[in-house]
Design a protein around this ligand. Structure first.
Ligand code: ATP
Length: 461
């Protein structure tokens, strides 16, 4: 179990208080396992997605981008095996009317029986569970004006299949040969009926998936490559190494198509949980779609004269779970001058706002100068201007959304055109000339960073 001050309740409360993430449809009482992202949540999410694209297509040239449709031809899901097999085993309790995942009944962190005393489902004196039934997770809808005459289609439960359907098209125009990858970010939908632990498990969620197509005899080596690369990526976002681990699936846990799968797990306040799955999917998907569509999905190597169906290594990450890991990893409480402070010690490159510009008082020309400073900064970094309330409250607000630097314009600023820059983590205050401020901040924001929550002697991110 995690050792620090962070709990899921505290993270949820902070997200709501500061408008990062909150329950959807709240004026109607909310809707299960569905959340909306406010301004700072959107900025945080965007930073994660940008970092993912950077790692996939910015830092290497063997991957191309794709944005495929959410609703694909229904036969897609026949071929992929989702129609027949994308199910969870569920049990109902006849007493409390709650529904539980049959394969999660003994997991402490997951759902507990709502009756008191709080016990695991099936273990209370009044628990009366049904037999397990398989329940398909795909959302169905209809194309056509009337339900009866229309055709049933599905909201995609993963973005990966859109990539497989486009394998041949992309191969044609991207002028790549295996090993090469196709990457995509987008919404997926799963009819998850068990409570989701905030944004850990939601009905709709964004995935960041990449299918890496390789010659069959290179699959194992690329699988290992991606295990390492993905762990490094989370560390590069500032996630502490000791809160990350790779867990290889046991033989009986593997999906039917996979010869090897490992999960990147994060130590959430609810325990070690999957953040990303990395699978060696072999040639399952291309072979299935070739069979069902009648189209050949293979690669012909003109140099060697060899024809083969590439094998696929898939790193499949969840954006919501990455955001939640960042929030949990950054959440901290400390004390300033005897007062408790809540702070998100986010990696500066992940912080929704990089710098807040704050006039000390709302008079004497300070707001005017502060706006001039704000104008010099925005366009170069995400900047926020705030003149409302005491300076202490404004600092607190920025601390809670993880802003690494606060620039304060005071009386002296009007005399000598310098400002005070306050560091979120060390609380150090530097006096910096306004003329030098943009470069000064850019230098600080780009500097190597390690989580201040790491104890002395632990590895830096
Ligand atoms: P779990 O076992 O937790 O249901 P999974 O193994 O079914 O997850 P994958 O199909 O491997 O998940 O999907 C890849 C990634 O997509 C997951 O690692 C996770 O980050 C994300 N993901 C999957 N389902 C959800 C969901 N309902 N809500 C939020 N993120 C999800």
């Amino acid at each position: 179990m995690p050792d620090d001050a962070v709990t899921m309740d505290k993270v949820v409360a902070l997200c709501k208080r500061r408008g990062l993430i909150f329950p959807a449809s709240e004026i109607y009482g909310g809707i299960a396992n569905t959340y909306d992202y406010g301004h700072y949540g959107v900025l945080l999410k965007r930073n994660v997605v940008d970092a993912w694209w950077q790692a996939m297509i910015g830092d290497r040239d063997d991957i191309v981008a794709l944005d495929s449709a959410i609703i694909q031809h229904p036969r897609t899901w026949e071929a992929s095996g989702h129609l027949a097999g994308f199910t969870d085993p569920l049990v109902d309790c006849r007493t409390c009317k709650q529904r539980f995942r049959a394969d999660h009944l003994d997991e402490e962190h997951d759902v507990r029986c709502p009756r008191k005393p709080s016990v695991l489902p099936g273990q209370g004196p009044e628990c009366d569970l049904t037999e397990a039934r398989e329940f398909n997770l795909m959302f169905e809808t209809t194309i056509g004006p009337v339900q009866e005459a229309g055709s049933t289609v599905y909201l995609r439960p993963e973005t990966a299949q859109g990539i497989f359907l486009n394998f041949k098209t992309v191969l044609g125009f991207a002028r790549r040969k295996p090993p090469f990858g196709i990457a995509q970010v987008g919404k997926s939908f799963r009819n998850e009926i068990t409570p989701g632990n905030f944004i850990f498990r939601t009905l709709e969620f964004e995935q960041m998936e990449m299918e890496f197509f390789v010659p069959p005899d290179e699959a194992q080596q690329w699988y290992k490559h991606w295990l390492e690369a993905r762990m490094d990526w989370y560390e590069s976002l500032g996630v502490r190494r000791d809160h990350l681990r790779l867990r290889a699936h046991e033989q009986d846990e593997l999906s039917h198509y996979s010869s090897a799968t490992s999960d990147v797990e994060y130590l959430y306040p609810i325990g070690w949980q999957e953040l990303e799955g990395i699978a060696n999917r072999g040639d399952f998907d291309l072979t299935q779609h070739a069979e069902h569509s009648g189209d050949k999905l293979e690669y012909f190597d003109q140099q060697s004269g060899e024809r083969y169906v590439p094998h696929v290594i898939e790193p499949a990450a969840g954006l919501g779970r990455s955001v939640l890991a960042l929030l949990c990893d950054a959440y901290d409480e400390d004390e300033i001058g005897g007062e408790k402070r809540t702070v998100l010690k986010l990696h500066p490159k992940m912080a929704p706002v990089k710098v807040a510009v704050l006039p000390l008082v709302r008079k004497d020309g300070q707001p005017e100068l502060a706006r001039e400073v704000r104008d010099a900064l925005r366009g170069r970094m995400q900047t926020e201007y705030d003149e409302g309330g005491s300076i202490g409250r404004r600092y607190r607000r920025q601390d809670e959304i993880g802003t690494p630097y606060c620039v304060t314009i005071d009386h002296q600023s009007l005399d000598d055109r310098t400002v005070t820059v306050r560091d979120r983590d060390s609380l150090a205050q530097d006096r910096v000339a306004i003329a030098e401020l943009p470069e000064w901040l850019e230098g600080r924001l780009a500097a190597p960073w390690r989580s201040p929550k790491l104890g002395d002697g632990q590895a830096a991110a």
